[in-house]
Design a protein. Structure first.
Lengths: 343, 343
DNA sequence: GTTTATAACTAAACCGATTTAGTTACTTAT
DNA sequence: ATAAGTAACTAAATCGGTTTAGTTATAAAC
């Protein structure tokens, strides 16, 4: 009842390991193993519940049927959702997922890329810290299959699946203007992420071009590691000062989360005093009073596209066109009540 | 500049693979490799950026330094948090995590347990569907190291890390009584999970024993796959009927989420008309109006304990006492405003 | 001057598969 | 009668490490 190995099957059936291996890998016919022998092998394997040792298999074939996934933080619902999708899709395609979080630390990310390669993953999906130019460049150099998601390096030509950050924020800002807001504030974090840059730009451009002459740009930029402590002060200044805004856009869901906390504490009325919109959704935005309007990101699609592109890279068929491997997905504006609409 | 293998190092230094392998595994001294040789090997390896092939290593050593994690759903914030912690802790201990979701499907769970074993994981952490008695029993039989988390099989003696579901709900229920509520409703899902059974029992026992004579049990049990459609109806009946309740306990966060949606739609005033409490926390419970009181589960601790126990099992030192490997962690009552307190 | 011990290594088996390059025993064609 | 062809396999190399069981040269012991 102990474990059965290939050689056990071979021995017990008086066959060679080769024959058994070929048959169990569906290469029996093309290698002219007789039907009868094939039947015996398959029957024996099934009966004794044979399952090949993947390590040995991978080592010998030089591929592991595993893809590595590196995200900044698996506890973040956004990445958790994407990870779930990737895992599901990968399984459909016959791959297992090895995942890890970089915790937004480029050194750890670099270490992980190494570690995953040692574990012979066949390809990588990376939501990078975007402070790891060298490793990404290296991966490209050695032609290792990989796809960047959510964050990409504009200066490196790679495959990626990201969202239209610029367009997403643009639509939010325009919507607020359309709702009659004049002084729109934008709260973001200090960040080198291209995504964040695009969101800021989307906001600035829209206010500058689309608004009326007196429209101004109100931006607050919080440090990544202390936005929680400083949020209340920032909100107070933006909402209570004489120079106050009448709408607020949060550049991402956790900022919105913290911001709403502050707004609640300060008893600011939404949307009467300020309209509020968030980029990227959070569960429970629909439960808050009033429900928060936001930009929805196509998380399922990010996951699916990433796997599809990666699989195409890995199997080398290159069925997917190169330009199809740089995907900027559309976002969707989800209008609830926090931006002062009337429905 | 191509990849360096052990044999390359050996060849270039005029040494055997054995020597190189020993030294790089810190077994140089005990095998009397001269200091000078050790220096050369290490220097060469570092210079050429040698990293061992983990597959080959694992295959030959019979262990992979990998632990498998199976959860019902990685997109669920609860499991995502735990997974994050497990990954972090495992890395500290020198292990990599291979994770997968069973999607609450026992067949898939069974398949995953197999697949992970083929990939030679050294141990498993499983948040089981709890419909997989046979596999768990098998794992125990073959003495494969594993730890169950969040859900355990009461009929099988295993290692586990769970929370005190009974006590958690008991404290919630008692708190509501203390706040003067008399007719407490309990909304749960149809489930064979021991955890759910315990929560229901915790509620029932508390109402029956602790309450005043006229206190009654009001339980609604929703099917897992249609609680979203049916929630509104259920809430309406419980809250608007002549026989209505004055408090509601949700057995888990996603039920609370859906329930709050319904309560909002029905314009039920919380906590005036009904007090609301949830078992297990959800981000944003603090943002809802009024903020929702809930039972907080020690997710960090679940993750840490699971890894610690598993590592102890895997390395065979058995430094951890057997009774320390069945852990029922305490929950914490987080009182906000939804249960009618006065602070 | 031979045995014994020790330092500093190495050859080769092994982990459990896959895969290349044959081999053997028959048919069939010439 | 012999070469050529084919069906049905197999031996052995390989993947990249780890590990067991030596080997060799030199020093110390008797």
């Amino acid at each position: 009842m102990s474990k059965v190995y290939l050689k056990d099957i071979a021995k017990n059936l008086n066959l060679s390991k080769t024959a058994v291996s070929l048959v169990l890998n569906n290469k029996g016919d093309e290698n002219k193993i007789s039907q009868e022998t094939q039947r015996r092998i398959i029957a024996y394997a099934k009966e004794h519940n044979y399952v090949p040792n993947q390590l040995a298999r991978s080592l010998s074939r030089g591929k592991s049927e595993t893809i590595g996934l590196i995200v900044p933080n698996i506890s973040d619902s956004f990445y958790a959702k994407i990870a779930g999708r990737i895992e599901e899709r990968a399984k459909q395609m016959g791959y297992t997922v090895l995942f890890s979080s970089s915790n937004e630390n480029p050194v750890k990310e670099s270490w992980l890329i190494q570690a995953m390669q040692n574990r012979q993953v066949d390809g990588l999906i990376i939501a990078s810290t975007q402070k790891n130019h060298d490793d990404i460049e290296m991966l490209k150099q050695i032609e290792f299959p990989f796809v960047l998601i959510d964050r990409h390096y504009p200066e490196i030509e790679t495959n990626y699946v990201i969202v239209d950050n610029y367009g997403g924020i643009k639509s939010v800002t325009e919507h607020l203007f359309a709702m009659g807001r004049k002084r729109i504030g934008f709260i973001t974090i200090v960040s080198d992420l291209e995504a964040m840059r695009q969101r800021l730009k989307g906001y600035q451009d829209t206010v500058e071009q689309g608004g009326s002459p007196q429209d101004q740009v109100f931006v607050e930029c919080l440090a990544q590691d202390q936005y929680q402590q400083r949020m209340e002060g920032v909100i107070r200044t933006m909402v209570k000062s004489p120079n106050k805004v009448d709408a607020l856009i949060f550049a991402t869901h956790y900022l919105a989360h913290e911001g709403l906390r502050a707004l609640k504490k300060l008893r600011v009325k939404i949307p009467e005093e300020v309209a509020v919109m968030s980029f990227s959704e959070m569960s429970a935005f629909d439960l808050v009073d009033p429900p928060i309007s936001s930009v929805m990101l196509p998380m399922q699609e990010i996951g699916n596209a990433a796997v599809d592109i990666l699989v195409d890279e890995m199997d080398g068929t290159h069925a997917v066109q190169a330009h199809e491997k740089r995907r900027i997905l559309d976002t969707e504006l989800l209008v609830r009540q926090s931006c002062g609409n009337t429905t």
